[in-house]
Design a protein around this ligand. Structure first.
Ligand code: ACO
Length: 437
């Protein structure tokens, strides 16, 4: 006997159906019906049954997940129940990565072992270096990253054993450890600089800065403020539930390839300007606006349509201030105290000030998202804009892997294969060339 249910009456037939309602952790957030229940609703015997139409998955849950919770109306983001604000203040990226993957914060022995494992997997095979050498001198670093992560699948054939727990854990460690190395090598290739090898004495982000910026010094010493700022940025970017790239990871992962192939697909999804490529697009937009005086004119152009968007504003889920954007805005001051203020900051502040008072943006609930200020920080730290999506992909790798792992362990999960509502021609006979109009 179903106690909580939905009664649907099909007005074509007059028949009624009772469909159970399922709940997650919060009864008022995420109540759902099983879409397959609708298939029993048929207008006739031959009818295939009712489908749901939801392009862009705006109201469809594709999985049950225990990793990340976000409430876009209230501006809440939690990893495994822990508020993002507390993690950004008190945790480290690698500790947060452990939490996302294994569900609990590590004790000190677990953390020590985890950090050691990641640190000792940072070196990449010399042939991967040769592979990277093959890219054009002006190849986009994100394109290089996507290609090289995919290529790693051929270096680790054992990664195909996705149902073997030990093998899975090994690939997880390899991917988290090697992403910064690949990213730094991509950067140095694009600059024509010799590659710098990892330094196991440094932290995860300290070592990344070392591989990027080391020149002739015996050992590189990262600036502690920038090292910590990057660590916080990595925490903020570590996961964001079923976004476009996580869904790509799950979609590709559902056909059971190795995780390097699935991660390459997720990174490709992240590359687009509507997703992780937005931080790069924000910087290009700020440079194009050029001065505070030109902000009103730019916003008018956005409002009049024609394809222009205020990049770094708006979010599919957040209809309130993105909590990550708040933390990043505060972080910017700390970074600028070391690097000097990014001259584009004034344009960004003016854009935000006007947009938050303008009915066009207010009525559509468009607020700054994570990408609005992160690019300004990255640029002040010395990163070229092409590296911005790469800086997103490094920390998001753990989110993708946590989602992938959850997918593999969930007996409900099947190969992703959506339905369609066919709107094309009915059956017709082939027309020979001389009879075509
Ligand atoms: N600038 C101007 N108008 C916007 C913007 C924007 N940034 N975002 C949405 N709108 C408008 C749309 O034109 C639409 O207006 P309409 O109702 O008059 O047609 C309305 O707001 C709703 O927009 P949708 O595109 O339907 O919203 P959706 O949820 O599909 O899109 C998205 C979300 C893609 C993030 C969108 O807000 C956008 O393009 N933002 C700019 C790119 C960006 O910053 N992306 C990063 C997202 S965060 C991340 O991925 C890490």
């Amino acid at each position: 006997m179903v106690t909580e249910s939905l009664t649907i009456t099909d007005n074509r037939t007059g028949k009624s159906y009772e469909i159970p309602i399922h709940y997650g952790t919060y009864p008022d957030y995420g109540a759902a019906i099983n879409a397959l229940e609708l298939r029993q609703i048929k207008a006739s015997e031959e009818d295939f049954g009712l489908l749901t139409y939801d392009s862009g998955f705006t109201n469809t849950a594709s999985c049950r997940s225990s990793i990340t919770f976000l409430d876009g109306e209230k501006g809440i983001l939690r990893y495994r129940g822990y508020p993002i604000e507390q993690l950004a203040e008190k945790s480290s990226y690698l500790e947060t990565a452990y939490l996302l993957l294994y569900g609990e914060l590590p004790d000190s022995a677990q953390l020590l072992e985890w950090v050691h494992d990641i640190t000792y997997h940072t070196i990449i095979h010399e042939n991967i270096k040769k592979f990277m050498d093959g890219f054009h001198h002006d190849a986009h670093p994100m394109g290089m990253l996507i290609g090289t992560v995919g290529a790693m699948s051929t270096f680790y054939p054992d990664a195909k054993n996705i149902h073997d727990v030990d093998s899975r854990q090994k690939q997880v460690r390899r991917l988290i450890a090697k992403m910064p190395s690949l990213a730094a090598f991509a950067y140095r290739h694009s600059r024509g600089l010799p590659y710098a090898y990892p330094d196991n004495e440094l932290s995860y982000t300290g070592n990344f800065l070392n591989m990027l910026w080391k020149t002739t010094e015996v050992s590189y010493e990262p600036d502690p403020i920038l090292e910590r700022a990057l660590d916080v940025l990595f925490i903020l970017h570590a996961d964001h539930e079923q976004n476009c790239s996580a869904s790509a990871m799950r979609c590709v992962g559902s056909s059971h390839p190795d995780p390097y192939s699935a991660t390459a697909a997720a990174a490709a999804a992240l590359y687009g300007p509507l997703h992780g490529g937005a931080n790069e697009a924000v910087l290009r937009m700020l440079e194009q606006i050029g001065s505070v005086e030109r902000v009103p004119e730019f916003l008018e152009a956005v409002k009049s349509g024609g394809g222009n968007r205020l990049m770094g504003f708006g979010h599919r889920v957040y209809k309130n201030y993105d909590p990550r954007a708040k933390i990043i805005k505060e972080l910017a001051d700390e970074v600028f105290s070391v690097t000097g203020v990014n001259p584009l900051l004034d344009i960004a502040l003016e854009l935000e000030r006007i947009a938050l008072e303008d009915d066009y943006f207010v009525s559509r609930k468009l607020y700054p998202n994570v990408d609005f200020y992160s690019g300004l920080i990255y640029q002040a730290m010395g990163f070229p804009v092409g590296m911005f999506p790469v800086l997103f992909a490094i920390p998001r790798t753990v989110g993708w892997l946590a989602q992938w792992q959850e997918l593999l362990l969930d007996p409900d999960q099947k190969i992703t294969r959506p339905r369609q509502v066919y709107c094309g021609s009915d059956e017709r006979d082939y027309v020979s060339m001389d009879n075509r109009q």
